[in-house]
Design a protein around this ligand. Sequence first.
Ligand code: DQA
Length: 136
Amino acid sequence: MKFLFINGVNLNMTGVREKGVYGTETLEQINRQITAHFKEDSCAFFQSNIEGEICTAIQSAEADAIILNAGAFTHYSYAIRDAVASVKIPVVEVHMSNVHAREDFRGKSVLSEVCKGVICGFGKNSYILAAESFKL
Ligand code: DQA
């Protein structure tokens, strides 16, 4: 399968920011582990802190599935929500942290309704679990 992993705002700071929440590994290290896990599949990665770039990445994706951690955009970006709704490719929303066990504003996602499913709370494994769901 062809997977596209999209990370949004501040996810480039993974391994540097709030290590107690997001761990000590960088996004690049996590992406290498994802690639190693899905040896038989093709994994592409995109990260941006810019909302419109995330929309363009979704619109132009050539993948069987998109794994999307939109970061804080999750909680308020109707633009990303509309981009997800505009493509036929299934999108799984992921979060490394359990957003429901944190501040109230993180419990609200404007994306979930247009995504195939949601995985949160498993650290870097949230990405792997989301992609694995397409292989069952
Ligand atoms: C996050 C959770 C979001 O609330 C937060 O803004 C992030 C990361 C996660 O992976 O747990 O940047 O999406």
